[in-house]
Design a binder for this molecule. Structure first.
Ligand code: NAP
Length: 286
């Protein structure tokens, strides 16, 4: 990704968001001052797409983000999520107000249904429409939605929805590439990769076969294995990544992927080293 495509059109919104953002799950478990300093450094380095949710730390993550973005709201593409248990029409409106209050802002750039629950989608979407009309959200999307769920959303809400689908996507979990990513590409829906580093560090260990591939490619660019991994996930123009980092060192490393460019051969090597897996396994989530 060259600096010039450090921001990308965020799905059907026609607005730009940083391709590399900042996640915030469990951020409240880190020392508040250093985590906030890291997030601010991330903003300085262009990681202005911030992902949070009412669920994270039961609101504590949103409260920390409010401090990190204080005075800088206009720089930020801010995303939060409603829990499925709150996603009734009235519940969604109330949850959004609470998120806005914790984030000390008057609007979200995108508001997501965190995963599909028992509430009919029509209700949640009706609430999203009201919030859009009121200017409290500028777009809405979904998270952890498989193709059948996405079809339902499109049937209810029509073209242009959802703006994004936030899904589990990392080098060792490429299931979305079979059907969810193609669906999103056909519908102009952004794909936001959560847990982009995966749940294990083995891929970044040069003593492993896969880690060696990343390390060799990284070395030839004076980059790191994690930067190479992020860049691979961003090889499709519809995708975004939201790594969570609680230290300035980690944020700085992640931001370094902005200027990394991988060749077709390098992408093919990574593709071969990290199997995509068989189709039809359903959509994995954590
Ligand atoms: N929609 C959903 O259902 C869903 C589910 C899961 C996650 N998410 C979102 O996606 C975000 C990212 O996912 P995640 O937090 O699960 O996992 P992740 O971003 O893949 O990994 C986070 C872990 O990687 C470490 N890390 C970050 N940068 C690093 C670096 N340069 N070098 C070494 N370690 C580094 C972090 O450590 P430090 O914290 O110590 O820096 C943290 O332990 C979440 O924070 C959340 O916003 C959404």
């Amino acid at each position: 990704m060259t600096k010039k495509d450090a921001t990308r059109v965020f799905g059907t919104t026609r607005r730009l968001a940083a391709a590399i953002g900042q996640g915030s799950w469990k951020i409240e478990e880190s020392a508040t001052d250093s985590a906030i300093a890291a997030m601010r450094r991330g903003l300085d380095l262009g990681l202005t797409h911030i992902d949070t949710a009412e669920m994270y730390g039961a609101g504590a993550a949103e409260t920390m983000i409010a401090e990190a973005i204080a005075g800088r709201r206009d720089e930020v593409f801010l995303v939060s999520k409603v829990l499925p248990g709150n996603a009734s029409r009235r519940g969604t409106l109330a949850a959004c107000e609470k998120s806005l209050a914790r984030l000390r802002t008057d609007r979200l750039d995108c508001y997501l249904l965190h995963w599909r629950g028992a509430v009919p989608l029509e209700e949640t979407i009706a609430a999203f429409d009201s919030l859009l009309r009121a200017g409290k959200i500028l777009s809405w999307g979904v998270s952890n939605f498989d193709v059948a769920d996405l079809d339902e959303v499109a049937a209810i809400a029509g073209a242009g929805h959802p703006a994004c689908n936030q899904v589990l996507y990392h080098l060792k979990e490429r299931a979305i590439e079979h059907a969810v990513l193609p669906w999103c590409q056909r519908h102009g829906t952004a794909v936001v990769a959560y847990t982009p580093f995966g749940q294990s560090t083995a891929a970044y260990d040069p003593r492993t076969k896969q880690g060696r591939v990343l390390a060799e490619i990284a070395e030839s660019h004076q980059a790191t294995a994690r930067q190479v991994a992020l860049r691979f996930l961003l090889r499709h123009p519809e995708t975004f990544v939201i790594p969570k980092a609680a230290s300035i060192a980690h944020v700085t490393e992640n931001a370094g992927a902005i200027s990394l460019e991988l060749s077709g051969d390098e992408l093919a090597r990574i593709d071969a080293a990290f199997a995509r897996g068989r189709p039809g396994r359903g959509l994995p989530m954590i």
